[in-house]
Ligand binder design. Structure first.
Ligand SMILES: O=c1ccn([C@H]2C[C@H](O)[C@@H](COP(=O)(O)OP(=O)(O)OP(=O)(O)O)O2)c(=O)[nH]1
Ligand SMILES: [Mg+2]
Length: 145
């Protein structure tokens, strides 16, 4: 369990885990007025949240499956990346992939945020790579079923 410093400038509660084993917390829109998102339109939605992640961690901004399935609403840059040194407001790029307008209200849960550890690395520049069973096969080369 890690601690994440957070500043909440919104009028919404801090994001919570919906169940004890949920992987992420749902983020809420922090907007003064309703937003109408037209078909194929994208928009940057503020959350009013600012976080300070410990070194070696990132936050991922992912779509909610219910919004995606029922309304065609997705996170355009999914998974969005929040860097540990980012001190700005967390914002969410939503896109309406349906053919009808979608209304976003203040406080609506628009996406989920999952915290991940990541590895730093150095390049080891080489002339070739080791052999493997897969080799260069990819993009469906093992067949369909
Ligand atoms: O969905 C997102 C994605 C990013 N960010 C913030 C946090 C992140 O640390 C910063 C930069 O994101 P990213 O590296 O994805 O964007 P970029 O286009 O490469 O911008 P930059 O040149 O600032 O890195 O923007 C968000 O608030 N929401
Ligand atoms: Mg970047």
């Amino acid at each position: 369990m890690i601690e994440i410093k957070v500043v909440n400038k919104s009028n919404n509660p801090l994001p919570e885990f919906a169940t004890s084993l949920s992987a992420g917390v749902d983020l809420r829109a922090f907007i003064a007025e309703d937003i109408e998102l037209k078909p194929m339109e994208r928009i940057l939605v503020p959350t009013g949240l600012y976080i300070e992640l410990p070194e070696g961690f990132e936050a991922q901004i992912r779509p909610r499956s219910g919004l995606a399935y029922k309304h065609g609403i997705s996170v355009l840059n999914s998974p969005g990346t929040i860097d540990a040194d980012y001190r700005g407001e967390i914002k969410v790029i939503l896109i309406n992939l349906s053919n009808v307008p979608f209304i976003i209200k203040n406080g609506e849960r628009i996406c989920q945020m999952v915290i991940n550890k990541f590895e730093n690395f150095n390049w080891s520049l080489s002339e070739s790579l080791s052999e493997s069973v897969r080799g260069e096969g990819g993009f469906g080369h093992t067949g369909k079923n």
